[in-house]
Design a binder for this molecule. Structure first.
Ligand code: ZN
Length: 169
């Protein structure tokens, strides 16, 4: 199967144009692998790890790309501003960013979960940030904290500890 034309068609067409321009400007080769990986990236709906992308390629693509090639291709996409790289404490995660719309990410410092927050007010606010000292190219905002699961576990642990203390008395 080929990932270069499937669902998300128009997004891929837009991304392909951007990548073609980028590669031509830098006299880089327009290898089919690069475009195949781009097709896979376009089909990733959320934030993804290199393993998840590799898994998608393995399942849905006739191209078998090594991890190193995948990593290097993603780095090219980051430079071409087609992908955002979230460099977080545990691992690097990626996300397509072809439309350049602002992103708000919630990062759990306990389990490393990264989720997107969809709030119109915040994205509008991020869109409107203008300063002469800095030119925003990819607006990304990170909110650090605990995900629901980790927060619940934390509360449970506190309760248990309190219980132990009271029974000791
Ligand atoms: Zn968590």
């Amino acid at each position: 199967m080929c990932l270069r034309m499937d669902t998300n068609g128009s997004l891929y067409v837009q991304a392909k144009t951007q990548l073609t321009e980028y590669l031509e400007k830098r006299h880089m080769r327009k290898t089919p692998e690069r475009f195949e990986v781009l097709g896979a990236v376009c089909q990733m709906d959320d934030i993804f790890s290199i393993e998840q992308l590799s898994e998608k390629m393995r399942k849905d693509s006739s191209f078998q790309v090594s991890r190193v090639t995948l990593f290097n291709t993603l780095e090219t996409f980051v430079d071409a501003q087609l992908v955002i790289k979230h460099t977080l404490q545990r691992a690097s995660l990626y996300e397509k960013s072809i439309d350049k719309r602002p992103r708000v990410c919630m990062v759990c410092h306990q389990c490393g979960l990264v989720k997107r927050l969809e709030k119109v007010e915040v994205t509008r606010f991020l869109n409107e940030i203008k300063t002469r000292q800095f030119f925003v190219r990819q607006p990304v905002l990170y909110l650090h904290g605990l995900c629901r699961k980790c927060e619940m576990a934390r509360r449970k642990e506190i309760k248990m500890r309190e219980k132990k203390l009271t029974t000791k008395k």
